[in-house]
Design a protein around this ligand. Structure first.
Ligand SMILES: Nc1ncnc2c1ncn2[C@@H]1O[C@H](COP(=O)(O)OP(=O)(O)OP(=O)(O)O)[C@@H](O)[C@H]1O
Ligand SMILES: [Mg+2]
Length: 240
């Protein structure tokens, strides 16, 4: 049996309690009538699914299919608001009427209040304008990683959609790396592979980045930013 000191027991209890509170809290966030079926946290959907788990399962399948299509055939765009919306539309159009549309309510997760709904468009317009300028200044992998961390964090704070922000933002950056890598004065061609990152660590790092500490986020993104096929092979081996 696990032998814990009193201190460790208290910490373990607080951690598990926090997880529980967080889950309840996140469920409550879904408990609004604009997007959900009355008195539920199930998003109104085109398939009329009223069961939360069933909807999650269907959503996972639909989004995974759309993502694999996008892997071969990128959504076209200029890394602006329309581009972001186009990606969200492709991922969620089979399921939600709000696919490709920004949210109309304020959202929060855990302790984070995302961008106020009335500031979404100006905030994103400005952020993406800076993103398009800054990407052109990248000259090394280190700079690439620090660029990605900064804008991943900024787009996460925007959280423009009612649901599916993480998946949309990750696909947006996958396309951005794919598109810009050959145009930059880098020694290698880069691509981004999220399967090489640790999902939980990525989330922790995102939360950390809200206080403008991008260190953990940079570490995580660096794992997934792979250069030549050889480097990727080595990273996959390391992860096993
Ligand atoms: N407490 C938090 N503070 C800031 N950002 C958070 C917090 N919790 C989660 N996030 C961010 O929100 C994203 C999830 O948002 P959303 O549910 O809209 O997207 P998703 O595509 O459904 O989820 P996922 O990213 O888990 O696949 C996470 O990927 C993470 O980036
Ligand atoms: Mg989600």
């Amino acid at each position: 049996m696990e032998r814990l000191t009193t201190n460790e027991k208290v910490k373990k209890f607080i951690d598990s309690y926090n997880q529980e509170v967080l889950r309840e809290y996140q469920k409550e966030q879904h408990f609004e009538n604009v997007y959900c079926y009355p008195n539920t946290y199930v998003l109104k959907n085109k398939l009329g699914i009223k069961n939360y788990d069933e909807l999650q399962q269907k959503e996972r399948l639909i989004v995974a299919t759309a993502l694999s299509v996008l892997n071969y055939e990128n959504a076209t765009g200029n890394f602006d608001i329309s581009h972001l919306k186009a990606i969200h539309f492709i991922l969620f159009n089979q399921l939600y009427d709000f696919a490709g549309e920004f949210r109309t309510i304020n959202l929060n997760k855990g302790m984070t209040n995302f961008c106020s709904v009335h500031l979404l468009v100006p905030y994103l317009k400005d952020t993406l304008e800076h993103l398009r300028k800054d990407i052109k200044k990248v000259t090394s992998k280190k700079e690439f990683v620090s660029f990605l961390a900064k804008y991943y964090s900024n787009l996460n704070m925007a959280h423009p959609f009612r649901e599916g922000n993480g998946r949309t933002i990750r696909e947006f950056f996958r396309q951005l790396v794919y598109y810009y890598s050959p145009l930059l004065p880098l020694e290698e061609l880069y691509e981004i592979d999220y399967s090489l990152m640790d999902r939980e660590k990525l989330l922790e790092a995102i939360i950390d980045s809200i206080a403008h500490d991008n260190h953990l986020l940079e570490l995580e993104l660096a794992k997934g930013l792979v250069g030549s096929p050889k480097e990727k092979e080595e990273k996959v081996k390391l992860k096993k």
